[in-house]
Ligand binder design. Structure first.
Ligand SMILES: Nc1ncnc2c1ncn2[C@@H]1O[C@H](COP(=O)(O)OP(=O)(O)OP(=O)(O)O)[C@@H](O)[C@H]1O
Length: 433
């Protein structure tokens, strides 16, 4: 029942990435420092609510209600969490008397996500059951606060997943969400890492930037944008002929590729979302999508989300993550290969942790490389223009220009989300000229 939890790169000839990459990459074990949360369970946007200061509802109390191991209210017997603090469950069981567990949909650093039937609203929902460990519980309370904040300002179509409810059950914070389809990463993976058509990339990019603009207007920074955290609203897809084929696909399916029926997406996972502050320089983002200022310890703000969007758009066009690395120096060398040298003024300001990557005013590469394979992996990468031209047949010029704006090294030079939305790649202005 439990899904395999992959923590390292599987063998190169197989799936090259874990199903869900940890929010802080494989290289950092830091969890964002918890801030003050709200401690009151409530149904979001509905009348039924309860306050933690008063009596706890019956179905939330665990052990005392059991008669010979079966609860009167239909709750399963109390079980120990697993060694990582994950809630142990069986398909078909109740999660409180309201929700019935149908399947497991996903897993991340913070907990498991279960597909459940909501008996009250008569619909399927996705419930994130957070690990029963203090730091994850505290971070979950921040996520709830952010979700409620986003919901409050939602004028429809803000592209952020909607929270329906939350409660504290047997020491696990449970967050109830609207149920969505597969993540863009899962879709790519099941499609043997075939690229998305450019018009779909455009639609997804537009919605993603709308979400980021909406968050930034509220002074919120997501900090963990990646294909795993962008979900298609619907799981439906069609199969179309793909003349380019795929070397990674089994023969019989190599000329057929899946294309989502609808381009509608929503962003999830606000567990690392933070309010904008001046002094933020701890490590954020999952490795592949991490901005240069984060790696160099220069402090980060809204533009770190924009860098991630740039990396995601490249990945959707090519089918594979742009920077497949888990090491800082190699990562910076890859950036230089794709975008050219890092600017001197940024290298001069780096913090003491990043000093070791610089020698005589430039990146210590290839001298500082840990292996020949690493040097080869960097050399294999093409320049941005070539990479896009290899995969995109029309709109390549506009897309390259947009990506150059999203992936500028200097954060203050990077396009804002609102500026990016006005780019000809989205408005089609060049066609009217
Ligand atoms: N609303 C939803 N509908 C359908 N599936 C979902 C939903 N929310 C989450 N999932 C699935 O569960 C997975 C884990 O969710 P989420 O990213 O919120 O967990 P997390 O523990 O915070 O992850 P991370 O390790 O990135 O911090 C997602 O990648 C997705 O596959």
């Amino acid at each position: 029942m439990e899904m395999e939890r992959v923590t390292e790169f599987p063998l190169a000839h197989l799936d090259r990435r874990p199903r869900k990459r940890a929010r802080l990459g494989w290289d950092v074990s830091q969890v964002p420092k918890a801030q003050v949360g709200i401690f009151c369970g409530q149904e979001v946007g509905s009348i039924t609510s309860y306050a933690s200061s008063g009596a706890t509802p019956d179905h939330i109390i665990s052990s005392s209600l059991f008669v010979k191991g079966v609860a009167r209210n239909g709750s399963p017997p109390w079980r120990e969490d697993d060694k990582d603090g994950h809630y142990m469950f069986a398909i078909g069981e109740n999660l409180t008397s309201r929700y019935k567990i149908h399947s497991k949909m996903g897993e991340g650093t913070f907990g498991q996500v279960l597909e459940c039937w909501d008996r009250e609203r008569k619909e399927m929902v996705a419930i994130k059951i957070v690990r029963g460990i203090k730091k994850y519980r505290e971070a979950a309370m921040i996520e709830i606060e952010v979700l409620q904040q986003l919901g409050k300002h939602d004028k429809g179509g803000n592209r952020c997943v909607q929270i329906r409810n939350w409660f504290d059950y047997r020491n696990h914070i449970c967050i109830v969400f609207e149920k969505l389809g597969p993540s863009l990463y899962d879709f790519l993976r099941k499609n043997n890492y075939r690229s998305f058509p450019i018009d779909l990339v455009r639609e997804i990019g537009r919605q993603l930037l709308e979400c980021v603009a909406f968050m930034h207007d509220l002074h919120l920074i997501h900090t963990d944008l990646k294909p795993e955290n962008i979900l298609l609203v619907s799981a439906d897809y069609i199969k179309v002929l793909d003349y380019k084929g795929s070397s990674r696909a089994p023969k019989e399916s190599s000329y057929l590729k899946r294309v989502p029926k609808s381009s509608a997406i929503k962003v999830i996972d606000f567990g690392s979302t933070t309010y904008e502050r001046q002094d933020q320089n701890y490590i954020v983002s999952t490795r592949h999508y991490r901005a240069p200022e984060v790696i160099l310890g220069l402090g980060w703000s809204y533009p770190c989300d924009i860098w991630s969007v740039g990396c995601i758009l490249v990945e959707l066009c090519t089918g594979e993550a742009l920077f497949q690395t888990h090491e800082n120096l190699e990562h910076l060398a890859m950036m230089e290969r794709v975008f050219g040298p890092l600017p001197q003024h940024m290298l001069k300001r780096i913090d003491r942790h990043a000093e070791k990557y610089i020698r005589r005013g430039r990146l210590d590469w290839p001298e500082g490389a840990t292996s020949r394979e690493s040097i080869k992996a960097v050399l294999k990468l093409p320049r941005l223009q070539n990479l896009v031209m290899q995969h995109v047949d029309h709109s390549a010029g506009d897309l390259i220009h947009l990506l150059q704006g999203l992936l500028r090294y200097e954060p203050s030079d990077r396009l804002t989300a609102r500026e990016a939305l006005r780019h000809p790649f989205f408005t089609g202005d060049h066609l009217r000229r």
